[in-house]
Design a protein around this ligand. Sequence first.
Ligand code: THU
Length: 146
Amino acid sequence: MSVHGASHHATSLTPELEALRAVADHARHNAWCPYSHFPVGAALVSDDGRVFAGCNVENASYPAGTCAERVALGTGVAAGARRFTRVVITSATHEPTPPCGICRQALVEFSPDLDIVAISPDGRVARWSLSDLLPAPFTPASLQNV
Ligand code: THU
């Protein structure tokens, strides 16, 4: 079953998604989140098939904390990746966790049509295109209108 948008059904995942879920969960278990107690993991796939992991990294100065998705994005960009096809996000919550607004903006810089798959521990899946979660995005092209 393919699951989109707000539908959160337990469903069988493809082998690729299961592998990405494992990468994200491995990172999630390393999350540093002593303030929120809300661990998140991400597995971001570049267009050449590499997978970059991230977890949220919080800080005693709360605004200095970063999300799992942006940690994975920074790791990918530092490794030379510039386009991404998919991100799998795992959380510990019953409902799958969508990416926050800052992460949507960070990701749209590189991949406006990114496939976003959020998976809960009990296998509930929510899936969106980034273009649906961030309509009318501000992108590099937006800077050319001056
Ligand atoms: N968080 C993420 O890492 N990714 C998301 O998609 C949602 C929120 C983190 C930020 C913070 O460390 C904690 O979850 C609670 O907001």
